[in-house]
Design a protein around this ligand. Sequence first.
Ligand SMILES: [Zn+2]
Length: 169
Amino acid sequence: MKGRNLSGEAKESWRISFSHVEKKIITSHGNKKTCCEGKANKCCRKRCLMLLKSLIEGLKQRFPKELDPLRSYHRKTAFLHMLSIRFDDSMWALQQLPACFLLLLGALEAHTRAGVLPHFFAPNYNLFSGTVFPRKAMSFLLHALEGRPAPAEASRSRLTTLQLCERDI
Ligand SMILES: [Zn+2]
């Protein structure tokens, strides 16, 4: 399916068909079914995803034209891959939020750098392939994630994110 030219509508309905399974994975996450059931066993998975969401939305607001191809689906997919690699609840302890978030951000950077973000359920489909995500936008995204276009601004936004993490705990 790599590089296949699906129409916008086909692509959309294809994504929607997975969205319910994805929601289920995100809601009932954890290797023990009890994760996040009570206050005592809260993990930081959802908070990590929320932090990534605010970071990406912030970038999209700042650079709407340059980051036009970037969708919420990209961060969700990177998150799903992360969940499958870091499957144990102990890896997502609430007090690990800053470290877990930086790992997730690092993973998204790595996908962007490689230009490879396999669809979680149909891994032959690359969500970052040049046909669906132009190289120019990809390289802009990489620079934005790495904080290269405006280093002072980017490091400030990273710092704010980390402060948010700490405040959350
Ligand atoms: Zn949990």
